[in-house]
Write a protein that binds this ligand. Structure first.
Ligand code: GLV
Ligand code: MG
Length: 360
């Protein structure tokens, strides 16, 4: 049993107090880079102003013999560059690997004051978060940090999905959760061989027409509709995150050339409640920026509804559409997100101002 009063006490003497609210900082794209790759590390100063989050990846995609180089590279990058308002995250190796402990010890000790969030892969249940929670508190105390490093879980095991609500609420350190469709597909024994996105075989077919004049239903041309393999998991993840006041994200989309399908997947996630996605290649950065920033005309509409609704109660008609307390709340979600993003992104702020003017 853990008393509710203990939840916000530091887990180590001298560690910073846990946060009561996850600070909302724009994180439309979590841009992955390999800090052990000198060419990529050299691009960090130019890349940082173009993204909301830069993530030094130590886990999958970094080969075994370059794990230490990636860790050392991240320490060097964090020390060498001031990233301005861009957050610095890392993805450490999984907790059952030989590198996870050294990843956490080295990074928090050496650059804990620079690191905003630690992404933990292959989380299976709240026990994984509890382990990281206590360890981070010990390391923060030793490093003399004055703010906690937050934790982000990747939802990429069948057990993790079964326990997603408990994971989301496992610690005040929890910042958010990302869908990890590649590992999740493998863990579930799905029969896909790709990183995120749809699959042409996962579909529904319209009913056959009535067979009056001969022919079998199998011969008739019938429209099919591809379905979204990830809908269930994303919706569950969004509910778990919203219920615990943390942030949900789409993860990676591996077909770098298929920018259209990437945009579709990101937009579905945005509409369902996600605040961002991973970007694996620069071409995906603008897609994430476009998709995870509310459209100017939606923001102008939301602001119009908010203004017309006064204290947010009652009902009004605007352009023939009924507005009440619930639409007012939806409009506030859009307008508040837009305001938070505009504060970081002057180009976006200008497009919102133009749409506002046009709506007058
Ligand atoms: C991400 O790590 C994934 O497995 O999709
Ligand atoms: Mg993975």
């Amino acid at each position: 049993m853990r008393s509710a009063k203990d939840f916000f006490r530091p887990l180590a003497v001298g560690a910073p107090a846990p946060l009561r609210e996850v600070p909302f900082r724009p994180s439309r794209m979590i841009h992955f880079f390999d800090p052990g790759n000198a060419k990529m590390a050299a691009k960090v100063p130019a890349l940082a102003p173009t993204v909301d989050v830069l993530l030094g990846n130590l886990e999958d995609a970094v080969p075994t013999d370059r794990k230490e180089a990636a860790r050392a590279g991240l320490v060097a990058v964090a020390r060498a560059h001031d990233l301005g308002g861009t957050q610095l995250w890392t993805r450490v190796n999984s907790l059952d690997s030989p590198w996870a402990l050294d990843d956490l010890v080295t990074l928090v000790t050496e650059i804990g004051d620079r690191l905003d969030v630690v992404m933990v892969p292959k989380v299976e249940g709240p026990q994984d978060i509890h382990y990281v929670d206590r360890l981070l508190a010990q390391l923060e105390a030793r490093a003399g940090l004055d703010r906690p490093v937050l934790v982000h879980a990747i939802l990429e095991t069948a057990a993790g999905v079964a326990n997603v609500e408990a994971i989301a609420g496992a610690s005040p350190r929890m910042q958010g959760i990302s869908l990890g469709p590649a590992d999740l597909a493998a863990s579930r024994r799905m029969k896909t061989t790709r990183v995120g996105g749809g699959h042409p075989g996962y579909l529904v077919r319209e009913d056959p027409p009535p067979t009056s004049g001969g022919g079998t239903p199998g011969d008739m041309p019938r429209v099919t509709y591809q379905q979204d393999l990830w809908h269930y998991t994303i919706a569950r993840m969004v509910d778990a995150c919203a219920a615990h006041g943390i942030l949900p994200y789409y993860g990676p989309f591996g077909d770098i050339q298929d920018v259209t399908a990437c945009e579709d997947q990101f937009r579905n996630a945005f509409l369902l409640g996600c605040v961002g996605a991973w970007t694996l290649h620069p071409v995906q950065i603008d897609i994430a920026k476009r998709v995870f920033s509310p459209a100017p005309q939606d923001v102008a509409w939301a602001e119009r509804v908010i203004e017309a609704m006064g204290d947010g109660t009652g009902a009004v008609m605007i352009d023939g559409k009924m507005q009440d307390d619930a639409t007012y709340k939806q409009c506030r979600v859009v307008a508040e997100l837009a305001a938070a993003l505009a504060a970081r992104d002057p180009e976006l702020a200008a497009s919102y101002a133009a749409a506002r003017k046009a709506a007058l």
